[in-house]
Design a protein around this ligand. Structure first.
Ligand SMILES: Cc1cc2nc3c(=O)[nH]c(=O)nc-3n(C[C@H](O)[C@H](O)[C@H](O)COP(=O)(O)OP(=O)(O)OC[C@H]3O[C@@H](n4cnc5c(N)ncnc54)[C@H](O)[C@@H]3O)c2cc1C
Ligand code: FES
Length: 286
């Protein structure tokens, strides 16, 4: 019998037009993209896989915001290599070829009654929907966001609208706390830990997430990190995103990307993330 429902809703009614583009730092852009099916199903913590153009590679990008009635999703893209640079060059009115999602497991609280989000680079963008969702559910939220300097700090205002407190950190002290997010986190945990159960969620470069995990382990604070290993298909079939968590093999695309930070084998994550360095350099030079 014929059904009115599309067989694969996430691929139907596709357009993926860029409705708005904003430059957040010299190498980071925020895109508002028309993607009604994804917007309807998206939950904080999930990601999409984007193919910018015909013949191009697919890259995973976190859903930084979604609006079901408007049918839009927001992504923040940091240009690091060939594909993210092609993405960053797209303009309002242009389209991305494919945008598949939402993928991954949504974020779930472990047991915190207050949540501190720690973000570095595009990680601040990934924190926004998590902290907004928690705030709407009545959970007190705070954010610690870090960058090398004031110009590279992103989404401070947006995070302020969903957090009781936002603590910017810069390596050069041009704004906020002078130093790493982990030093700021340590100071903050000394203040808030005695007040009740806290949970930390960290999104950013692997060394930062690893350092956050070391700090929160000292304080016995449950912590989740959003792992970003190499992903290929995003469906749990290719094995590209395998990580070891609590001694068990997991696929970040279907079991994650959020995992218990104190159970992650970061040594293996770092080793695996360097596996394709020479191919990436060749691709960048092409
Ligand atoms: C779940 C998840 C969410 C992500 N969210 C964002 C986001 O919101 N914004 C953003 O700017 N970036 C995000 N990334 C990282 C982004 O996917 C990579 O920066 C991008 O794939 C790099 O591709 P490239 O061709 O530009 O660079 P390349 O030259 O191929 O690689 C540059 C760097 O990116 C890493 N990388 C390369 N390919 C992948 C891949 N397929 N998956 C993951 N990392 C890769 C490499 O280890 C290398 O360090 C996310 C990654 C994951 C896994
Ligand atoms: S990306 Fe292929 S298994 Fe996760």
């Amino acid at each position: 019998m014929a059904s009115a429902e599309p067989a694969h809703p996430i691929h139907e009614g596709r357009s993926f037009k860029i409705l708005k583009k904003e430059r957040l730092t010299p190498a980071t852009h925020r895109f508002l993209i028309e993607a009604p099916w994804v917007a309807q199903a998206a939950k904080p913590g999930q990601f999409v896989i984007v193919r910018v153009r015909e013949g191009g590679e697919r890259i995973p990008v976190t859903i930084a915001d979604f609006d079901a009635p408007q049918g839009t999703v927001t992504v923040v893209v940091q240009e690091v290599g060939r594909t993210s640079k092609l993405f960053g060059a797209l303009q309002e009115g242009q389209e991305v070829l494919d945008l598949v999602g939402p993928l991954g497991e949504p974020f779930r609280l472990m047991r915190g009654k207050r949540v501190i989000g720690v973000g570095g680079g595009f990680g601040a963008a990934a924190l926004y929907p998590l902290l907004r969702g928690l705030r709407q559910a009545g959970v007190p939220t705070e954010a610690i966001i870090g960058a090398r300097n004031k110009e590279l700090l992103i989404l401070r205002d947006e995070l302020s609208s969903v957090c009781e407190l936002v603590m910017p950190c810069t390596d050069d002290g041009s704004v906020g706390f002078k130093g790493f997010v982990t030093d700021c986190l340590k100071q903050r945990l000394q203040v808030v830990q005695p007040l009740g159960e806290i949970e930390v969620v960290a999104v950013g470069p692997m060394p930062m997430m690893r350092a956050v995990a070391a700090v929160t382990a000292e304080f016995h604070v449950p912590t989740q990190v959003s792992l970003d290993p190499i992903m290929v298909d995003g469906t749990g079939m290719c094995g590209g995103c395998r990580v070891t968590v609590g001694g068990a093999s997991k696929f970040a695309c279907v079991d994650g990307p959020m995992f218990d930070a104190h159970q992650v084998d970061f040594d293996e994550c770092v080793r695996r993330s360097k596996m394709y360095r020479s191919e990436e350099q060749l691709s960048n030079a092409a």
